[in-house]
Design a protein around this ligand. Structure first.
Ligand code: GAL
Length: 348
């Protein structure tokens, strides 16, 4: 769990933004809710020096990355950085091709805790081969670093990702629209068998709070990501977020589903046109269930308990409303708003 600069700020990154974001992560309560990585995406780097060492943009990061990492660590947080497996990053900054070992050593010396490796300008390269070079470079760099593979699902990274990194993007980029978010999120069904503790499918970073979706749609986004055991990387401006955004990002019962220690990714158990039912088994024997309405207008959706292997009676808690619904026999019917979700914890 953490934050990444790209969805909101794109190339407009600076040490000031990172420091202010780290401060906001603490003061807003996101850190207490479990968020810890503050990740700089593309555009922090400008060149290589005569020895080939990567050089940060000195106008945007005048103190340097090492001093920035120290600041972030002092707040009890961790710092992430970004590079690319090809010759250039997507924004045409120097990539790490043929500098894999050197760059991972540099990051480790700076105190970096997380690296995302992108896949632009990598024509003709095999991702399974190239990403393994970063894995080995990180292993030899002398510091634990989370390794995020970002090759947009090219060559089915879920098949080799667990042997290579800690998380791997399964699709192209998310956008701050209900259509794009839901195309990505609901397409994750079937990938659950590849995910587990320490090696996760990554359906991309959160758009919660960026303004393109309404409250029900952001609840769907966050709730679906929790059922998917997805990495939760906020992508909004933490310094100025509304109470509503904060409430969605920090709901402890939704986060508990996402971070459940059994680490099983949820899957779809029912679909009727735009209405979908997803389930995720949890460590304490209960199950998280999402009743999703991707269609227009509010609709009732019924969960038959036998569809998730339960006999009556069953206890239900609504995780977004944070209230007990009571004990039910054989089924439960909830009214689900347009583009919304009723997120339940189901137990005996
Ligand atoms: C894309 C990547 C995005 C972001 C962007 C930066 O390839 O999927 O998450 O990192 O590059 O240029």
């Amino acid at each position: 769990m953490g934050w990444n600069s790209w969805n909101k700020f794109a190339c407009d990154v600076s040490e000031r933004l990172i420091r202010e974001t780290a401060d906001a992560m603490v003061s807003s309560g996101l850190q207490a809710a479990g968020y810890q990585y503050v990740n700089i995406d593309d555009c922090w780097q400008v060149s290589r020096d005569a020895g080939g060492t990567i050089v940060a943009d000195s106008s945007r990061f005048p103190s340097g990355i090492r001093a920035l990492a120290d600041d972030v660590h002092r707040k009890g947080l961790k710092l992430g950085i970004y590079t690319d497996a090809g010759t250039l990053t997507c924004e045409k900054r120097p990539g790490s091709l043929n500098h894999e070992t050197q760059d991972m050593k540099t990051y480790a010396a700076w105190g970096v805790d997380y690296v995302k490796v992108d896949w632009c300008h990598a024509e003709g390269l095999d991702p399974e081969v190239q990403y393994a070079k970063f894995r080995d470079a990180i292993a030899g760099a002398g510091r634990p670093i989370v390794f995020s593979i970002c090759n947009w699902g090219v060559k089915a990274p879920w098949r080799w990702g667990a042997a290579t990194g800690n998380l791997w993007r399964t699709t192209g980029d998310i956008g701050d629209t209900f259509d794009r978010m839901s195309v990505i999120g609901f397409s994750q069904n079937g990938l659950e068998k590849f995910s587990g503790p320490g090696h996760w499918n990554d359906p991309d970073m959160l758009e919660v709070g960026n303004g393109g979706m309404n409250r029900n749609e952001y609840r769907t986004h966050m709730g679906l990501w929790a059922l998917l055991a997805a990495p939760l990387l906020a992508g909004n401006d933490l310094r100025t977020m509304t109470a509503e955004t904060k409430e969605i990002l920090t709901n402890p019962e939704v986060i508990a589903v996402d971070q459940d220690k059994r680490g099983v990714q949820g899957h779809r158990v029912g679909q009727e046109g735009p209405l979908e039912v997803w389930v995720r088994p949890l460590a304490d024997g209960s199950q998280a269930v999402g009743l999703f309405n991707r269609g227009e207008g509010a609709t009732n959706i019924t969960l038959e308990f036998k569809a998730i292997g339960l006999s009556s009676p069953v206890k239900l808690r609504d995780l977004w409303e944070r209230k007990e619904l009571g004990t039910f026999q054989s089924s439960y019917t909830g009214e689900v708003p347009q583009h919304g979700v009723v997120l339940l914890r189901v137990s005996k």
